[in-house]
Write a protein that binds this ligand. Structure first.
Ligand SMILES: Cc1cc2nc3c(=O)[nH]c(=O)nc-3n(C[C@H](O)[C@H](O)[C@H](O)COP(=O)(O)OP(=O)(O)OC[C@H]3O[C@@H](n4cnc5c(N)ncnc54)[C@H](O)[C@@H]3O)c2cc1C
Length: 395
């Protein structure tokens, strides 16, 4: 999906803030599995698997949106929204009302969009799991003989997944001078949604573990704890009045720390934007929003299936969740041959990352959009009175 950002002319900007994931390894939390790094992977010819700091990504999106002409109002809170088709509008905390032809709710997990669509039916369940997000500087890692091989000297980086024993972790470079460790462990009633914690909390949650994991935890600075919650997906993304669509995490919250969520949220926006490039009359709005809902719901369902069943899915490490499916997937890893591993990695990458939401919008437009447009344009043809001039008439 990164290819779309590159097509928009942002490749150089992305290169400055990101690393390209190229090698992957799976290992146990307790004892390192023997074996080296998997073959370099490519995302099916449609781009790269890029790793970056979320704050850098947000900043780049913000600056690019301004460059492309978007008007952004910062430091304003939306207090309520009215999706009525005739005059959709949002009311700001200041009391100001903003009217629009269409409202897009991309306001995340605990949002007014979800409240509007679900009302009391929205529920948040804590999963007794916590995600620790820790940052580690490159220099001490380079100085350590056990950790040095996890880094590279170029823009291509390595992704490592630890699993087993009710814990799991992933490690990857986000910048050339910074490494990120995400650890899933049992929750200790950390405050929701996020808190900064001492690295001793992380070390304690890991317990006895593989040497590299322990060393990374000891070197960590800036550790945050995010309790993992479960929230229902919206069955309907489009409001019944037809002029309000919810996208991104507000519509389909995934497990905290999943490597898929930001990409899937971006994909919703990309498809929406591409369809709206064909807009020339208001009657097209609702069919476009319906198309985004239908197409993207299929895509999200496929990603979830992969996330829950594929052991190399690069989402939450297998065996972390205390349920049969997660434990069975962890066991499967132990028995996997190299070719099976490569096949599963390929399947996961293709389903989750190797597609182009703009192309999907174009396909929909060619298959349905043009057709719908023609069908509404078939209106009775009326002829104005034509003055017939006799051939032999002298004018
Ligand atoms: C610790 C952590 C690690 C993560 N790691 C990864 C990762 O490795 N890979 C990945 O893909 N994803 C990751 N994610 C998830 C990722 O951050 C989200 O999936 C993604 O940001 C969702 O995008 P979104 O646009 O739907 O919502 P958000 O990014 O949540 O954006 C919602 C926006 O709406 C604004 N907003 C909300 N309510 C209002 C209101 N009333 N008025 C005005 N503005 C409002 C918010 O301020 C925010 O700017 C991680 C998340 C966390 C917490």
């Amino acid at each position: 999906m990164i290819k779309v950002f590159y097509q928009w002319g942002l490749e150089e900007d992305f290169r400055k803030i990101s690393m390209v994931g190229q090698h992957m390894a799976l290992t146990r939390c307790k004892v390192a599995l023997s074996g080296g790094w998997g073959e370099g992977f490519e995302v099916g010819g449609v781009g790269e698997f890029v790793q970056m700091h979320f704050a850098d990504f947000r900043k780049l999106l913000y600056e690019s949106a301004l460059k492309f002409g978007a008007k952004i109002r910062t430091k304003v809170m939306v207090e309520s929204l009215s999706p009525e088709a005739a005059k959709p509008c949002v009311t700001l905390a200041s009391g100001e009302k903003l009217y629009a032809d269409v409202l897009i709710g991309a306001d995340g997990l605990c949002s007014i969009s979800r409240a509007t669509m679900l009302g009391d039916a929205d529920r948040m369940t804590r999963k007794k799991l916590v995600l620790f997000n820790a940052l580690i500087a490159r220099e001490p890692m380079m100085a350590d003989p056990d950790l040095r091989s996890m880094l590279t000297d170029n823009q291509y980086s390595k992704f490592i997944l630890w699993f087993g024993g009710g814990r799991g972790a992933s490690g990857f470079a986000t910048r050339s001078n910074e490494y990120c460790l995400q650890v899933f462990a049992r929750d200790n009633d950390y405050p929701f949604p996020v808190s900064t914690v001492d690295k001793q909390e992380l070390i304690g949650a890991l317990g006895p573990c593989e040497l590299r994991l322990r060393k990374l935890a000891e070197m960590a600075h800036n550790v945050i704890a995010v309790p993992i919650i479960d929230q229902p997906h919206l069955e309907d993304w489009l409001h019944k009045d037809g002029r309000f669509l919810v996208i991104g995490e507000a519509a389909h919250p995934l497990t905290t720390g999943s490597t898929y969520t930001a990409g899937l949220a971006a994909g919703d926006g990309m498809m929406l934007g591409r369809l709206f490039s064909h807009l020339h009359e208001p009657e097209q709005i609702t069919p476009f929003l319906t198309a985004v809902e239908e197409q993207r719901q299929q895509r999200i369902a496929r990603a979830l299936e992969i996330q829950n069943t594929n052991p190399v899915a690069m989402s939450m490490p297998a065996g972390v969740e205390d349920n049969k499916q997660s434990l069975a997937v962890a066991e499967q890893i132990e028995r996997m041959s190299e070719s099976e591993y490569n096949e599963l990695a390929d399947e996961a990458l293709r389903a989750v990352f190797a597609y182009d939401p703009e192309e999907e919008a174009d396909d929909w437009w060619m298959q349905w959009g043009i057709l719908q447009e023609r069908s509404v344009k078939i209106v009775p043809v009326t002829f104005e009175t034509i003055t017939v001039v006799e051939e032999n008439e002298q004018v």
